[in-house]
Design a protein around this ligand. Structure first.
Ligand code: ACO
Length: 426
C-alpha cells in the first residue's frame, strides 16, 4: 500500500508520497514540494537527502552492514577477488567463469597507456601529489581515446580501459616520481599481482610476488570498491549529470577523494600516528586536543557520516593487517600506537557519546605501509579500489529514468538589492 507523509504549512496540508527501499528505508518524495508549496528544503551536508534510487550498495550505519549488490562485504573479502567484485558492481551480478575470463582478457588488452602520456608525467614537478597527477591524467585520457558510439560500447570498452589503465598509470606515476624505469604490465599476472610488479620491480631486482600480499591488496581494494553516495561518488554523479564523458566524471571523483576528510584520511592517519608516537603522552594529548572545541584537530581515521558503530571494513582490515604483519614478520611501531589510540578512544566518554569509532582509513594506512606503498600513494590505492563503484554509479545514473541535471537550490542570505557605487565615491 502506498504511504504518504503530510506536511502542514500556511494553513494547508500537502500529502507527500513516501518511497520505500528494498531494505525498508523510507524517504519522503519532495519532487513536487516547491511546485505545490513554494518551499524548498535545507539540509547542509545532505545528511537527510537521498539523491537517487540505487541498487548497487547497501549500508546500514547503525548495524555496521555493508553489501555490494546484496552480497555482504565480509563474504566478498573472504572469497572474491577485486576483479570479480568490480564486475559484480558494474554489471550487477557475479560473472560466469566464461565472463570472468573474457573480462580478464579485456583488462589485459587495455592495460597499456599511450606512450605519449609519459611526457605529461615527466613534466609535473617532482613534489606534485600523485592524486593531482592521477586526476589530471585520467581527464586527459579522453584526448587519447575519443568518444564511443553508445552507452553499451562506452560501458564495455571505456570501463575496462579505465579499470586497467588507472592501475598502470598509478604505478607509472610512482616510478617516474622516483626517476625509475617504467615497468610494463605483464599478461601472465593477475590484476593485483600486476600492480605490485609494476610498482616494485626494477631491471636489476625483479619483484618477488608473495600470494599473501596479493591477497591483502585484493581485500583492501574490495573493501574500498563502493560506499554508496559518499563525497567522491556524489561528485562523479553530479559531474556526470551534465553528461560529461566518463573520464572527466572519474577525474572529479579522484579530486574529491583527495581531501583529508574523505580518502586523504588514510595518509593523514599515518602522519598523525607518527606525530603522536614522537611525543611523550602522545595518545592522551591527542585525545585532549580532539575533545577541545577550540582546537580544529580531529583524530584522523575516526568517525563517519554514516557508521555510528564500528566500520565493518575497519574490522576486516584490522584482522588482515595483523595476519600480514605476522606473516611478513614485520613490527610496525605505528600499529602499537594505533592499538593504544583505538583502545583509549573507545573508552573515552566524549568519543563514546559521539559514537566515534575507527573507520576504514584507520587500518588501511598500516596495511599499505606493510606492503611497501609510500604514504603519498595511499589515496591513489583508494582511488583504484573505488573505481568500479564510481563507474557503476555513473552507469546507473545515466540509465536512471529519473536522472536529471543535478542543480541544487539555496537559501539566499546576502544583501537585498542595492546600488552600485562608482569608485570615486567610495
Ligand atoms: N575526531 C574528533 N572529533 C570528531 C571526529 C574526529 N575524527 N569526527 C567527528 N568528531 C566530533 C565533532 O567534533 C562533533 O562534535 P560536537 O558534536 O561536539 O561538535 C561530532 O563528532 C560530530 O561531527 P561531525 O563533523 O558533525 O560529523 P560528520 O558526520 O560531519 O563528519 C567525518 C564525518 C568528516 C568523517 C568526521 O568524523 C571526521 O572529520 N573524521 C576524521 C577524518 C576521517 O577519518 N575521514 C575518513 C572518513 S571515511 C572515508 O571517507 C572513507
Amino acid at each position: 500500500m502506498e504511504e504518504f507523509a503530510t506536511l502542514s504549512y500556511g494553513g494547508r496540508e500537502v500529502r507527500l508520497p513516501v518511497i520505500v527501499g528494498s531494505e525498508g528505508e523510507r524517504a519522503i518524495d519532495i519532487t513536487r514540494l516547491r511546485e505545490r508549496t513554494g518551499l524548498i528544503t535545507h539540509d547542509p551536508g545532505f545528511a537527510n537527502t537521498g539523491c537517487c534510487r540505487s541498487a548497487i550498495t547497501f549500508v546500514d550505519g547503525e548495524r555496521g552492514v555493508l553489501r555490494y549488490r546484496g552480497i555482504p562485504v565480509e563474504e566478498l573479502a573472504a572469497h572474491s577477488t577485486f576483479k570479480e567484485t568490480a564486475f559484480l558492481l558494474v554489471h550487477g551480478r557475479l560473472p560466469s567463469p566464461r565472463e570472468l575470463t573474457r573480462f580478464s582478457v579485456l583488462l589485459n588488452d587495455h592495460s597499456l597507456v599511450h606512450e605519449d602520456m609519459k611526457i605529461f608525467y615527466q613534466n609535473f614537478p617532482r613534489s606534485s601529489h600523485p592524486m593531482g597527477i592521477l586526476s589530471s591524467m585520467v581527464n586527459a585520457l579522453r584526448s587519447f581515446y575519443p568518444e564511443l558510439q553508445n552507452l553499451e560500447e562506452e560501458v564495455n570498452v571505456t570501463v575496462t580501459r579505465l579499470l586497467s589503465k588507472v592501475r598502470t598509470m598509478a604505478a607509472m606515476s610512482y616510478k617516474i616520481s622516483r626517476g625509475h624505469t617504467v615497468v610494463y604490465p605483464r599478461p601472465d599476472l593477475t590484476y593485483c599481482a600486476n600492480f605490485l610488479n609494476m610498482m616494485f620491480s626494477t631491471p636489476v631486482r625483479p619483484y618477488e610476488i608473495d600470494p599473501e600480499v596479493v591477497r591483502a591488496l585484493n581485500v583492501f581494494l574490495i573493501l574500498h570498491a563502493d560506499h554508496e553516495q559518499n563525497c567522491s561518488t556524489a561528485a562523479v554523479r553530479l559531474v556526470g549529470s551534465a553528461r560529461v564523458n566518463l573520464y572527466a566524471a572519474i577525474s572529479s571523483g579522484i579530486a574529491a577523494l583527495w581531501g583529508p576528510l574523505h580518502g586523504g584520511a588514510n595518509q593523514a592517519v599515518i602522519e598523525m600516528l607518527a606525530a603522536i608516537r614522537g611525543e611523550a603522552g602522545g595518545v592522551r594529548k591527542a585525545l585532549a586536543r580532539a575533545r577541545d572545541p577550540a582546537d580544529p584537530f580531529r583524530l584522523m581515521g575516526f568517525g563517519h557520516r554514516v557508521y555510528k558503530t564500528y566500520d565493518p571494513r575497519a574490522k576486516i582490515l584490522k584482522e588482515v593487517v595483523h595476519g600480514l604483519l605476522d606473516r611478513l614478520r614485520l613490527e610496525d611501531p605505528l600499529l602499537d600506537c594505533a592499538r593504544e589510540l583505538e583502545e583509549a578512544a573507545l573508552q573515552d566518554p566524549w568519543f563514546v557519546e559521539r559514537r566515534l569509532y575507527p573507520n576504514v582509513d584507520f587500518y588501511s594506512g598500516i596495511l599499505l605501509r606493510a606492503i611497501g606503498i609510500p604514504t603519498n600513494m595511499f589515496t591513489v590505492l583508494f582511488a583504484i579500489g573505488r573505481l568500479p563503484g564510481w563507474i557503476a554509479q555513473w552507469k546507473e545514473s545515466l540509465e536512471d529514468p529519473e536522472g536529471r541535471l543535478w542543480r541544487p537550490r539555496q537559501i539566499y542570505v546576502g544583501p537585498t538589492e542595492r546600488r552600485y557605487v562608482p569608485i570615486e565615491a567610495r
